[in-house]
Design a protein around this ligand. Structure first.
Ligand code: OGA
Ligand code: NI
Length: 330
């Protein structure tokens, strides 16, 4: 790490987040911790999640190999109309008010395939994935598919604790209608360059995630910052370090809406420090047809929900369209 003067170090505020042990058999105890974390910052760590370090390292190694390919090879798997595949640098613009250019990152999205014979095949967010040529990257697809299943398993176990934290039945979210055929995406990211907020240059612009929750692994290079209170001006940003063996979890807007604003999704962004940085977030959203309407335990005093009911896929389409709107002009 480069040497920093004392003054520089003192302005880097690092947030401390709650850590949830997924191996704790006392789910109620975990739920108390998780609820507090969701009310405080909307971010927490999970440990003892069962994803082996080997599998995670393998996914990162394969991710680096993909991004190191010539652009021409990467463009062969350019994202399709369902957002699967390769998204070049500057493809998404998450914070148009503050960014002069799209994010300084390239990505690769792997989504939920569903069964070919099942009723969910070919819904707007379910489709076959696209894969790099196996002759170029042998074993790549297998590793990513394995990691995807593992990340989904971990999200489902967090969903149990989340249900308890919301005073719902432990398996409330773990039904076929809710999370049986989730719109869940695993995205590989590669960040480059040094960010300069004063010039509107961000590795990843400030945003909150769309979905229910996100499970984030990074290569350990600092960059992720969270803003615990988006309404306090000027905004205060804190670095959120990655901890070996732990995943960072954050809540998305869909859960905020579902919980009638009780749990908040939290603003975050990534600043590049000049070093390459790799991350693999896994974004969990419910099944296509799941109706997102105020959870039974989150009614407000006047019994009026803050948001009308909406089908999960409709909500997600609207959000995707907003982020990718600028693509049509470029
Ligand atoms: C995101 C995100 C953080 C990271 O993609 O939504 O916040 O470290 N990523 O890549
Ligand atoms: Ni995010």
């Amino acid at each position: 790490m480069e040497n920093k003067t004392e003054e520089e170090v003192s302005i880097i505020k690092v947030s401390s987040l709650t850590c949830i042990d997924l191996d704790n058999s006392d789910l109620h105890q975990s739920a108390v911790l998780l609820k507090q974390a969701c009310l405080d910052s909307g971010f927490f760590y999970v440990i003892n999640h069962g994803i082996s370090e080997e599998l995670k390292d393998e996914a990162f190694e394969h991710s680096k190999k993909f991004f190191a390919l010539p652009l021409e090879e990467k463009m062969k798997v350019l994202r399709n109309e369902k957002y699967r595949g390769y998204a070049p640098f500057h493809d998404s613009l998450l914070d148009p008010e503050n960014q002069v250019r799209g994010d300084y990152k390239e990505g690769f999205t792997i989504g939920f395939e569903g069964s070919k014979d099942g009723p969910h095949w070919d819904k707007p967010f379910h489709s076959p994935n696209i894969w790099p040529n196996p002759d170029v990257l042998p074993g790549w697809r297998e590793t990513m598919e394995k990691y995807y299943q593992e990340a989904l398993r971990v999200c489902k176990s967090i969903a149990k604790i989340m249900a308890l934290a919301l005073d719902l039945d432990v398996d409330y979210f773990n039904t076929p209608e809710m999370l049986g055929n989730p719109i869940a995406d695993m995205v590989l990211f590669h960040y480059e360059g040094k960010s300069d907020p004063s010039k509107g240059i961000y590795a990843c612009g400030a945003h909150s995630d769309f979905g229910m929750m996100s499970l984030l692994a990074t290569d350990g290079v600092m960059g992720l910052q969270i803003c615990k209170d988006k309404d306090v001006k000027p905004q205060k940003w804190e670095y959120t370090p990655s901890i070996k063996g732990a995943y960072i979890v954050n809540l998305g807007d869909l859960l905020e809406r579902w919980s009638n604003g009780y749990f908040k999704s939290t603003l975050h962004r990534v600043l590049g420090n000049g070093q390459d940085r790799y991350s693999i977030p896994f974004f969990l959203k419910p099944s296509h047809d799941c109706i997102i309407e105020c959870l039974p335990t989150c009614q407000s005093e006047n019994n009026l929900p803050k948001y009308p009911a909406i089908k999960c896929s409709t909500y997600i389409s609207q959000r995707y369209k907003a982020v990718h709107a600028h693509l049509k002009q470029t």
